[in-house]
Design a protein around this ligand. Structure first.
Ligand code: KIV
Length: 271
């Protein structure tokens, strides 16, 4: 991690202290240098290079197609931009499941080739061996429970998870297990707010929610969704802070009109 004299880097310890103080943690995704520069300068605590890049950057229907090489490309661009935020990178589908040695190799590639500060991995007890092995290399690991998009073909839908007691109980146990293994935090996606509250109160590591209600220690959103770039995507949990689709579309239409009408470039805009 590079040392910058003026800007103090957020670390996993910082996050732990924030939870202890009851200070909420802000996390947003970014996938490229320009966006990450804005997200970081605005003061976001964690930048997640999410495998949602598969959806919002590459246009795939699911997160499954994105590769480790592609994640490393996105992550290295984000790391170059992030001066303060902790940069966490998703281990993509197929880079860790069922093989802890491969999980470690994938995590090492992300740390070494992208310069990331930690990895995020979906699942509970099933991936305990992989989590442990990655941690032995000194790589910070964040868990991800609830709606885990890499398992979409098992779930069949993107609806709220753990509404039934059996699934809720497994999630409670998984959260405790991830803490016990040494994860520095856990993302809880699309689960009932009361369950997220219970989990946040039962562990000492930060719980970051997306569609998991107000009692989590922090919140994460996909940057394209909260900026309104993802036209038409308006799930209940999403608060849209801007309508950049309309802003950008209007700007592009104005540019096209100016070119067609020969207004652009004018005398001052040429050499
Ligand atoms: O890939 C992603 O963006 C994520 C968030 C939804 C938490 O995992």
């Amino acid at each position: 991690m590079s040392v910058n004299k003026e800007i103090k880097r957020v670390t996993t310890n910082t996050l732990q202290e924030m939870k202890q103080r009851g200070e909420r943690i802000s996390m947003l995704t970014a996938y490229d240098y320009s966006m990450a520069t804005i997200v970081d300068a605005a003061g976001t605590d964690i930048i997640l290079v999410g495998d949602s890049a598969s959806n919002v950057m590459a246009g795939h229907e699911t997160t499954l197609p994105i590769t480790l090489d592609q994640m490393i490309y996105h992550a290295s661009s984000v790391v170059r931009a992030a001066k303060r935020a902790l940069v966490i990178v998703d281990l993509p589908f197929g880079s860790y499941q069922g093989n802890s040695k491969e999980a470690l190799n994938s995590a090492i590639r992300i740390m070494k080739e992208a310069g990331a500060h930690g990895v995020k991995i979906e699942g509970g007890v099933e991936i305990a061996e992989s989590v442990t092995r990655i941690l032995t290399a000194g790589i910070p690991v964040m868990g991800h429970l609830g709606l885990t998009p890499q398992s979409i073909y098992k779930f069949g839908t993107y609806t709220v998870r753990a509404k039934e007691e059996q699934e809720a109980q497994k999630l409670r146990e998984d959260a405790l297990k991830l803490q016990e293994l040494g994860c520095f935090g856990i993302v809880l996606e699309k689960i009932p707010a009361q369950l997220a509250k219970e989990v946040a109160e039962s562990v000492s590591i930060p719980i970051i929610g997306i569609g998991a209600g107000k009692y989590c220690d922090g919140q994460v959103l996909v940057i394209h969704d909260m900026l309104g770039l993802n036209k038409g995507f308006k799930p209940r949990f999403l608060r849209q802070y801007a309508d950049l689709y309309t802003v950008m579309s209007d700007a592009i239409k104005n540019y096209i009109d100016d070119v067609k009408s020969r207004d652009f470039p004018n005398e001052k805009e040429q050499y």
